[in-house]
Design a protein around this ligand. Structure first.
Ligand code: UFG
Length: 350
C-alpha cells in the first residue's frame, strides 16, 4: 500500500505518447504515479525514458484496463489512489472506421472498468482524454466548450463522445466523484530532453510524425491532403498544442479536483470540460514551412487529394482553460517543432 494516498495518481495508458509526458509532469509536481498499460501501442522503453528524465523508478503494471479483475487485483488492491488519468484507448481514426467493434469494445470497456473500480475503491477524481473531434466541423470558430457537439464522423470520435456522456452520468450518480474531460486539439512535439516522444507503429497517420519521418528520409515525401479548402492557403487549419503544455493541463486538472474534494466545494460542478489548445490556427503548409525553417531541413511534399473525414478548420477558444483552470499554452511553435525533430533524430540515430 502506498503511504501517500492523497497524492497518488493512476495513469491508465501511461506508457503512450501523452501518458509518458503527463507522468513526467506529475512527478515533477510532487505526485506519486503508478502506470498501468497493456503495451498494445507503446513500448516499455518509453517508461524507461520517463525514469531517466525524473531520475527514479516509476511503478509500472502491464495490464489491460478492460480486464476489470486484473486491474482490481494487480492495481487497485495494491495501491491507494485519489485520482486516475484515463488515457487507455485506441486512437487511429481510419482503423476505427474499418474495425468499429474493436474501438467500441476497447475504449468503452476500459473506461467502464476504471469507473467501476473508482466507485468500488472510493477513488474521487478522474481526468479523461477527450478530443476536439467531438465538435466535428463547428459552424462558429473558435470552438468553445459550449459549441454543440456534432455526430462524430468516425467510431473513434464516437467513443470519445460516448465516454464523455458515460462519465457525466456516472459522476451525477456517485456523489464523491469528480471528473474533468480535456478536449485536446492537435498534440505535437516531444519532451525537450528528447528522451520521450511520439513513436507511431507503421506509417504515421498524423501530420508531425509524417513530417519528421520525411525529413529523416524514412518516407519519400509528405502528401498535403487538400489545397482547395476555404482557408488562406487552401490547406486545413488546426490548433497544434505542445505535448508538454498538454501534459501540464492534466496536472492542473488533478490539482483542481484534489483541492475541490479536500475543501468540499459544493459550488463547483463535479463534471467539467476544458478545451486544451493554443487558440491559434495554423495551416498544414504553414506548419511544414515552419518546420523546415526552424530545423534547417527540407521536407519534400506534394499537394494531394483531400483526406476523407478531415474537417476544414478548427481551433480552440481557450478562455475557459485560461481563466477557470488557470492553464495556458506556453511553448512556442518553433520550440515545439525543434523538439519534434530532436526526438526523431534520436530515434533514428541521426
Ligand atoms: N495531414 C496531411 N498529410 C498527412 C497527415 C495529415 O496533409 O500525411 C493533414 C490532415 O489532412 C489535417 C492535418 O494534417 O489537415 C492534421 O492531421 P492529423 O492527422 O495530424 O490530425 P487530425 O486533425 O486529423 O486529427 C487529430 C487527432 C485525432 C482527432 C482529431 C480531431 O489525431 O485523434 O484531431 O479533430 F480525432
Amino acid at each position: 500500500m502506498s503511504s501517500n494516498k492523497q497524492k497518488t495518481v493512476l495513469v491508465a495508458g501511461g506508457a503512450g505518447y501523452i501518458g509518458t509526458h503527463t507522468t513526467v509532469e506529475l512527478i515533477e509536481a510532487g505526485y506519486e504515479v503508478v502506470i498501468a498499460d497493456n503495451l498494445s501501442n507503446a513500448d516499455l522503453s518509453a517508461v524507461r525514458g520517463v525514469e531517466q528524465i525524473v531520475g527514479r523508478s516509476v511503478p509500472f503494471v502491464e495490464v489491460d484496463c478492460c480486464d476489470t479483475e486484473a486491474l482490481r487485483s494487480r492495481v487497485f488492491e495494491r495501491y491507494a489512489f485519489d485520482s486516475v488519468i484515463h488515457f487507455a484507448a485506441y486512437k487511429a481514426v481510419g482503423e476505427s472506421v474499418a474495425e468499429p467493434l474493436k474501438y467500441f469494445r476497447n475504449n468503452l470497456d476500459s473506461l467502464l472498468s476504471v469507473l467501476s473500480l473508482m466507485q468500488e475503491f472510493d477513488v474521487h477524481n478522474l481526468v479523461f482524454s477527450s478530443s476536439a473531434t467531438v465538435y466535428g466541423q463547428p459552424e462558429q470558430l473558435p470552438a468553445t466548450e459550449l459549441t454543440p457537439r456534432q455526430r462524430a464522423n468516425s467510431p473513434y470520435g464516437l467513443t470519445k463522445q460516448m465516454s464523455e456522456d458515460i462519465i457525466q452520468d456516472t459522476v451525477a450518480a456517485i456523489p464523491f466523484l469528480r471528473a474533468i474531460a480535456l478536449r485536446y486539439f492537435n498534440p505535437i512535439g516531444a519532451h525537450p530532453s528528447a528522451l520521450i516522444g511520439e513513436l507511431p507503429k507503421g506509417v504515421p497517420n498524423n501530420l508531425v510524425p509524417f513530417i519528421t519521418q520525411t525529413a529523416a528520409g524514412v518516407r519519400k515525401e509528405l502528401a498535403v491532403f487538400g489545397d482547395d479548402y476555404d482557408t488562406p492557403d487552401g490547406s486545413c487549419l488546426r490548433d497544434y498544442i505542445d505535448v508538454v503544455d498538454l501534459a501540464r493541463a492534466h496536472v492542473v486538472a488533478v490539482g483542481r479536483m484534489v483541492a475541490a474534494t479536500a475543501e468540499k466545494r459544493e459550488d463547483r460542478e463535479r463534471y467539467e470540460i476544458f478545451n486544451i489548445g493554443t487558440g491559434t490556427p495554423v495551416s498544414v503548409l504553414e506548419l511544414v514551412h515552419r518546420f523546415e525553417e526552424v530545423n534547417g531541413v527540407s521536407v519534400p511534399h506534394r499537394l494531394a487529394e483531400r483526406r476523407p473525414g478531415d474537417v476544414e478548420k478548427i481551433w480552440a477558444a481557450t478562455d475557459k482553460a485560461n481563466n477557470e483552470l488557470g492553464w495556458r499554452a506556453e511553448r512556442n511553435l518553433g520550440d515545439t517543432l525543434r523538439a519534434a525533430w530532436a526526438w526523431e533524430k534520436r530515434v533514428r540515430g541521426l
